[in-house]
Design a protein around this ligand. Structure first.
Ligand SMILES: [Zn+2]
Length: 1130
């Protein structure tokens, strides 16, 4: 390799560069946070004020209020004032524990209950104490590698001969995502009969369930369960034609019924209050034996005849041949039918008569969200009570930790789980927890306290290794404790001993977070570290594609300009003056360019590695540097990179060697870290991990469709495994102009806990804001490295399945090279024994990770759930949003191994079984023809339909293979709030916004018939924001919002709303800004004019309507579910 071969990459590096005008740097939002004050911990009392960051998005999120930076070799001086803990002697310097107790002691190793040195209280250091890194990791590079490679140093104009010893990644079998493939036979064996196959059921009528009445909820032990879903008193029919729900009775705050001793039968009481929320569909008279219109009076809307024993209800008819369709509203007459039922609605010889089911009479997501806000948004959610169902994710509420983890960390599909496996199987309700271990909290809430037990480390159960938590029972005067998970009795280490009060509670109960709080952290000892060595601070490596497309689009220049300022905002520990994270830089096309940015250099130096087959890092010293020390050199480098490659003609790229290079650099530096890779094209250059274009949309709806979601080679799985072992997390920013195989490129980011961002057809003018906002947030957000998570449970259930962005090498430990504050792991539980109502069920999630300053920590979240012997209790304490999160992830994993249609059918079947079980066991036996939905699950059909219609499970023609792979991976790490808005987008009538208030206009249901031609609407789903403008919008509004005088003048090329000085413009822009802050990604803003061609894209998100690619309308799907349920019951 010589300099000449690199000529196309531009002028020799280091030559004077022509001054260029950088693009206008967008204002950089925010300042570094001041150091957090660590208040005295006085138990879980209110009033702890934490100078937290402002809402949403901050320059620095690294564990800001984790208290003081505790020196890794913690000793008495490293503890905060006023904090009670055990005094430990300074650590001994040598004598690492036996190897067996080393890194994988987490979960397996012995508890160090060694002889304590003292039991005196210790204090944290004052917040201003500087954090002292253990060592300078730059000194730790290993010896030069052994084989010989030629390098070219462009800057110095000399040829460097370097050596390498980087072993190729282990060949061998792809390990595959452990536990990932659902057992197909189990999953998809449920009976599913297309509903065209049997005569239609009698028409059904939708009734309304009572709104969820909430007691004043702070502390009512055991009364937090939802009341049994009563069949609402058969409300008198609405007075007119279904233009709205019946007047909503005001039972908010009404007292709950007392807990019932037996199985409350929600269907038994017919005298409940009438309410606007239907959860209950009953049957009008059966259809006539003749196909065709019902012989009775037309059933349309509210004009149907009353069912024999009930007052008239809104209803719809179903054809005897099973076909029926919605005709209400301005729905276009789509040719498609319900997916999977090809003949639906098109049976010859029986023209369907007009039939209607009033959409206002079926359960409304908007109403449920509103009710929960009104009922539960005003009081804090206090976690002291077992099995409480938290407010919905769409409700703003504060959390007070009194012994259970906040729902921001853990949400469950049900908070009252069946005592036996048989009951669980009968109900088919999945038992799952959605866990977000490093979730960002609002500034009003306390971050978990950091507990330092010194050298002995956290106190754990001798048998199951569970960590000390509020549910451990101290016995024998406090000398032992009985494990709440496995019942084993363990000696209390002497230094941890404390007397009990007359109630059996330790007298230091409120002084110790691990005894009184649901969430807290332990400082980990060296036994929890790899190789028995405390970790070095992590490193960030920025790896920029400098091939033709990247340079020509302006992307390379944009990234380099941004990094100059962004590097000042790397995550920092609490009050550290500067980030401990070191940075490194690589550019690449077919070859890789490494840069030496050592602070002592006058100019950066480039080293080229062109032998990408056996990647190694050509420089050891000067590659990873401290930003402040090397600022001049880094700035010079970032100025020069765009110039150096300005004339490149290289279009081909490599990909796997880029990851390998980053991995090798972290290995050499003996640290964990993150690679930020900015990549534009399918890597077709000759190199390991080279890919071919295998996109084939013809595979859709065939048995081979699953291959579109699978990686085309196992190479990346093996690479991911190596990355996880090193703690090398990969974040991938993609800028494709064509297919680049996200399914394969995404394997390493996905399995290392990283993120993928995708900007198709990236254009500087329209996409730079979105990309830069994402990049800033991604670089700055709170992140832990080298993480291992284990979920322990009480005897009777255990964690059996896991969903998310991680790697598993065994069946219990979830490994993540990196875990950030947005990442969620969904865990499914199964019974392995009986549970008892008395003791309930406990979960303990323990996350071992390295903080951004290199501190090894354990974050513990505990949650106690109720257990029941009556199915009704299960159904009363479910959370549908969490259920949907689980079901979507389950289905999205299913498409890797099963035909998409089978996945859809299995979802429908499972939900039908869930609802049928409720109907059979918990609802009134007198209402045979009714669809009765549990109060807590009345939105299950509408939300399930949204999952079924999503791009992954039912793509329209405009959805690319890469889009589907991208969405599939994205959803897999979403939390409950994100899946909620992703599947059922938020639709806001902007013209109804109150310009004088901070509030959002009330959301409306996602259906075209809810839109008025004279209004402007906003729809958001976490990835996009659409602003839809009706054709009849008043000129004044158009002028105020867009600065144009007519509808035709609105440009749909706008990617932002113009900044105009009037109240309406300000209000709408503030709404958009507010939504952007709430989401973990910057949403793309798209202006849609009614009847414009872009409107098709927008209508795709009106999820209650029939979709163009065959997705059922909500009304049709509800009818379909009803039929499925009836078949199961008959
Ligand atoms: Zn135990």
């Amino acid at each position: 390799m010589s300099v000449n071969q690199q000529a196309h990459t531009g002028p020799p590096y280091g030559q004077p560069q022509p001054g260029y005008q950088g693009y206008q740097q967008p204002a950089y939002g925010g300042q570094p946070l001041p150091g957090e004050q660590y208040g005295a911990y006085n138990g879980p009392m209110p009033g702890y004020q934490q100078p937290g960051p402002p809402q949403g998005y901050f320059p620095s999120l690294g564990f800001p209020s984790k208290g003081s930076p505790v020196s890794i070799n913690s000793d008495t001086s490293s503890l905060p004032p006023n904090f009670i803990g055990s005094l430990r002697a300074p650590p001994t310097t040598g004598a690492p524990p036996p190897a067996s107790g080393a890194y994988n002691q987490f979960g397996h190793g012995d508890v160090q209950n060694g002889i304590p040195t003292s039991a005196a209280p210790v204090q944290r250091p004052p917040a201003s104490q500087p954090f002292l890194p253990r060592s300078a990791p730059s000194q730790q590079y290993g010896p030069p590698p052994a084989s010989v490679q030629q390098l070219t140093n462009h800057m110095a104009g000399m040829t460097i001969v370097s050596t390498t010893a980087s072993a190729p990644p282990p060949a061998g079998l792809g390990y595959g995502p452990p536990t990932s493939a659902p057992p197909v036979s189990e999953t998809f064996s449920a009976p599913y009969t297309p509903y065209t196959a049997s005569p239609g059921p009698p028409p059904t009528t939708v009734f309304q369930g009572p709104p969820l009445a909430q007691p004043p909820f702070p502390a009512q032990p055991m009364s937090m369960q939802r009341p049994p879903t009563q069949v609402p008193g058969f409300a008198p029919p609405p007075p007119s034609t279904g233009l709205g729900p019946s007047p909503y009775p005001p039972p908010a705050g009404a007292p709950r019924p007392p807990p019932m001793p037996g199985p409350p039968l929600p269907g038994q009481s017919l005298a409940g209050p009438s309410a606007s929320q239907p959860n209950h569909v009953s049957s009008p008279p059966p259809p006539s034996p003749m196909a065709g219109p019902h012989p009775g009076p037309p059933m349309g809307g509210l004009h149907g005849p009353p069912p024999p024993t009930h007052p008239p209800q809104p209803g719809y008819q179903i054809q005897q041949n099973g076909s029926f369709e919605q005709v209400r509203g301005p729905q276009p007459n789509y040719p498609g039918a319900y997916p999977g039922a090809p003949n639906y609605g098109s049976q010859p010889g029986a023209p369907p008569p007009p039939k209607r089911l009033d959409p206002d009479s079926i359960p409304s997501p908007i109403q449920v969200i509103e009710d929960d806000r009104n009922n539960r948004g005003s009081e804090p959610f206090v976690t002291g009570v077992r099995g409480q169902v938290p407010p919905l994710v769409t409700t703003n509420f504060l959390v007070k930790d009194q012994g259970n983890a906040s729902p921001r960390y853990i949400r469950c599909t049900s908070y009252n789980i069946p005592c036996t496996s048989d009951m669980a199987k009968q109900s088919q309700v999945p038992l799952a927890a959605v866990i977000k271990p490093l979730a960002t909290l609002p500034p009003e809430e306390n971050l978990p306290y950091l507990v330092d037990h010194g050298e002995s480390g956290p106190v754990r159960c001798n048998r199951c290794k569970a960590y000390m938590c509020p549910f451990m029972q101290f016995i024998e005067g406090g000398r032992r404790f009985q494990c709440c998970f496995c019942s084993c009795v363990t000696e209390v280490p002497p230094q941890y001993f404390q007397h009990l009060d007359h109630t059996g509670k330790r007298v230091d109960f409120y002084d110790r977070p691990e005894l009184s709080l649901g969430s807290y952290e332990f400082l980990a000892t060296v036994d929890y570290c790899k190789n028995n060595k405390f970790p070095s601070p992590p490193a960030f490596i920025f790896m920029i594609d400098v091939s033709y497309n990247a340079v020509k689009s302006g992307l390379v220049r944009l990234i380099c300009e941004e990094l100059k300022s962004l590097l000042d905002y790397l995550p920092r520990e609490g009050n550290m003056e500067e980030s401990a994270i070191r940075v490194g830089f690589v550019t690449y096309n077919k070859v890789l360019h490494f840069y030496n940015v050592k602070s002592s250099l006058a100019q950066p130096q480039m080293m080229v590695v062109s032998d990408v087959a056996d990647m190694f890092v050509p420089l050891l010293d000067g590659f990873l540097v401290n930003v402040n020390e090397s600022r001049t050199v880094i700035t010079s480098l970032l100025d020069q990179i765009p110039e150096m490659f300005a004339d490149t003609r290289e279009t081909e790229t490599v990909f796997a060697p880029v990851i390998q290079a980053g991995l090798e650099a972290l290995k050499a530096a003996e640290c964990a870290g993150k690679l930020f890779i900015f990549h534009t094209s399918l890597p077709i250059a000759e190199a390991p991990g080279k890919l071919k274009n295998r996109d084939d949309k013809k595979l859709i709806n065939t048995d081979k469709e699953k291959t579109l979601f699978q990686p085309q080679t196992s190479f990346y799985n093996n690479l991911a495994k190596d990355c996880v072992a090193q703690g090398c997390c990969v974040d991938l920013f993609l800028f494709p102009n064509q297919y680049l195989d996200v399914a394969t490129l995404g394997v390493v980011p996905y399995q290392t806990g990283g993120s993928i961002y995708k900007y198709a057809y990236f254009q500087l003018e329209t996409d730079q804001d979105r990309f830069l906002n994402d990049l800033r947030r991604d670089v700055q957000k709170e992140v832990g490295f080298d993480a291992v998570m284990r979920v322990r449970t009480s005897t009777g259930i255990r964690a059996t399945d896991f969903f998310g962005a991680f790697y598993m090498s065994n069946t219990t430990d979830v490994e993540m090279a990196g875990l950030d504050c947005d990442k969620t792991i969904t865990v499914e539980f199964k019974h392995d024994d009986k549970l008892s109502e008395d003791s309930g069920a406990l979960l303990q999630c323990a996350l071992l990770y390295t903080s951004c300053a290199g501190q090894r920590r354990l974050r513990i979240h505990n949650l106690s759930l109720n257990c029941c012997t009556q199915l009704a209790d299960l159904y009363r304490n479910c959370e549908t949003d969490t259920l949907i999160n689980y079901l979507a992830k389950y289905a999205y994993r299913g498409v890797l191994s099963s035909p998409v249609k089978a996945v859809r059918d299995a979802l429908i079947s499972q939900c039908a079984q869930i609802l049928a079980c409720y109907r059979k066991n918990c609802a009134s036996p007198s209402s045979a023809g009714q669809l009765i939905l549990p109060e807590c699950m009345k939105l299950l059909p509408v939300y399930l339909n949204c999952v079924l219609k999503s791009d992954v499970l039912q793509p329209g023609p405009e959805v690319t293979t890469d889009d589907r792979a991208y969405i599939r991976q994205l959803v897999t790490s979403m939390d409950v709030a994100e899946t909620n808005v992703f599947f059922y987008p938020r639709l806001l009538p902007l013209t109804k916004a109150d310009v004088d208030s901070d509030s959002l206009p009330a959301a409306i249901r996602n259906s075209e018939e809810r839109l008025c031609k004279g209004d402007i609407y906003l729809l958001e789903n976490g990835l996009n924001i659409f602003v839809w403008v009706g054709v009849n919008v008043q000129q004044g509004l158009l002028q105020n919002l867009f600065g144009v005088s007519s509808f035709n003048q609105i440009s749909n090329a706008l990617n932002a709303l113009p900044v105009l000085e009037n109240p309406f413009s300000r209000k709408v822009r503030s709404i958009v800004d507010m939504l952007q802050v709430q989401r973990s990604r910057y949403m793309k803003l798209i202006i849609v004019k009614q009847e414009d061609k872009l409107e098709m894209l927008f209508k795709h998100f009106l999820v209650e309507d029939k979709s163009l690619n065959g997705g059922a309308s909500y009304v049709d799907f509800l009818c379909h579910m009803h039929k499925e349920i009836r078949q199961l019951l008959s």
